[in-house]
Design a protein around this ligand. Structure first.
Ligand code: NIG
Ligand code: FE
Length: 413
């Protein structure tokens, strides 16, 4: 089945040959074709070009886009959208003066989510999470990474990862799964972190690998959570099972997490609100993608990742939501892009590159996602009538999406 889209005002992020990612000054270049056509065949992109070059041909269906803009769907490379219930009371507590840290120390935070998740059935967890998946598809996300890490017991971690697997099977969105092996220390192991890590490494990790439930491994490397030594231990164990690292580092404190990620060839290091010069330096000439999560900075009122400094130093950068019940209860990539432009001084071109091709790289799917390229998945955002792509970040708090196509099919819920 072939579908021809004609009269596209601007076709964004086109490429003749798939690139792996864009970095440094290249991030300001966003290749587009004005007054374009696009052909998709089944679930793939078959052809595209300028309207004036369109050859008369037979297509099963022709859609006149009447001057709408077309982009590849967003690639959200960092989320925790499989979780049970919400934590709006902690949000209110923060408004009233408690810090994120104080809430966590009082048994709130990750431990609160873990308790709720442990008491939620797999079916109920699936249903809650499926709603979030549908919500992010409507907001233009076509590929998403989802982490475990709110289980903290073998049963609950496996439950989360099975829900992720089921979501991947039931929805046309591409899902990559991460075993967040060390997210918080359960209360019963408060004074015995080593014993907890032994269980994670010797019992939970082998089961995750045996059931083939994860593509990546993650650690919350942070003061009060897991040290550099703990992080390296987990990453080493994960590697033995073929799980590549994608890790939480430098959210509140910079103490070598980035370097640990680079040393273990992490696919990405994420958060990076606190970045020292040596952290930026260590990412140069590495294969590790730095990932910024501006909605988290916004929601927690913590610093933003210094994107300008990093891109100006020649680094690539990806943008993701971090959708989770504690620090970022939002999966809106449109808001992420606006916030990156407004608060991190990224140009619209840089932000769109960061949310498409670089996000795809940070999930290991850059050969199939993240751009309009022949042979890649027909994952498309059709916008409302907008004057230019800069209007997308400009209209913050809103979105400009009229339709979403995943694998060549229009998404209707
Ligand atoms: O990425 N930083 C660690 N984990 C999550 C939030 C955890 C929570 O508060 O539930 C994050 O921000
Ligand atoms: Fe996170």
């Amino acid at each position: 089945m072939t579908t021809l889209f004609v009269n596209i005002r601007e076709l964004i992020q086109v490429e003749d040959f798939p690139k792996k990612m864009v970095s440094g000054a290249e991030m300001k270049t966003l290749p587009t074709i004005k007054n374009a056509y696009l052909v998709i065949k089944d679930s793939f992109i078959l052809d595209f070009g300028r309207m004036e070059d369109l050859q008369p041909n037979k297509f099963d269906k022709t859609i006149n886009l009447k001057n709408k803009t077309v982009l590849p769907t967003w690639c959200d490379s960092h989320t925790h959208i499989v979780y049970a219930n919400n934590r709006e009371q902690e949000f209110v507590d923060r408004i009233n003066g408690l810090s994120y840290e104080e809430i966590a120390n009082n048994g709130g935070g990750i431990l609160n989510s873990a308790k709720q998740l442990q008491h939620t059935t797999e079916q109920e967890l699936y249903e809650q999470s499926a709603k979030r998946v549908e919500e992010i598809i409507k907001l233009g996300t076509g590929a998403v990474e989802i982490k475990s890490g709110y289980g903290l017991t073998k049963d609950a971690e496996l439950k989360m990862l099975r829900v992720i697997k089921k979501l991947n099977a039931n929805y046309p969105i591409t899902i990559k799964s991460t075993f967040l092996a060390a997210h918080a220390i359960p209360l019963e192991f408060k004074n015995n972190k080593k014993e907890y890590l032994d269980i994670v490494i010797k019992d939970i990790l082998p089961s995750v690998a045996h059931e083939k439930l994860a593509n990546y491994i993650d650690v919350f490397c942070e003061l009060g959570y897991f040290s550099i030594e703990d992080t390296k231990r987990i990453l080493k164990a994960g590697k033995q099972y073929g799980l590549e690292p994608k890790i939480h580092v430098n959210q509140f404190n910079a103490f070598g997490g980035v370097q640990a990620g680079v040393e273990f060839n992490a696919l990405s290091v994420d958060h990076l609100e606190e970045m020292r010069d040596e952290d930026i330096e260590s990412l140069k000439n590495s294969k590790t993608m730095p990932v910024a999560l501006p909605s988290c900075s916004y929601f927690l009122s913590i610093p933003y990742t210094p994107a300008r400094k990093m891109i100006d130093a020649g680094l690539p950068l990806a943008l993701a939501t971090d959708y989770n019940p504690g620090s970022t209860p939002s999966g809106n990539m449109n808001f992420v892009i606006s916030t990156a432009c407004i608060k991190m001084k990224m140009n619209p071109e840089e932000a769109i590159n960061a949310a498409t091709i670089n996000g795809a790289y940070a999930m290991g799917i850059e050969n199939t996602h993240g751009s309009i390229c022949k042979g890649k998945k027909a994952n498309l955002i059709i916008t409302k009538n907008i004057p230019s792509y800069a209007f997308i970040p400009y209209s913050f708090g809103n979105h400009q999406i009229e339709k979403v196509y995943l694998e060549g099919k229009e998404m209707i819920f």
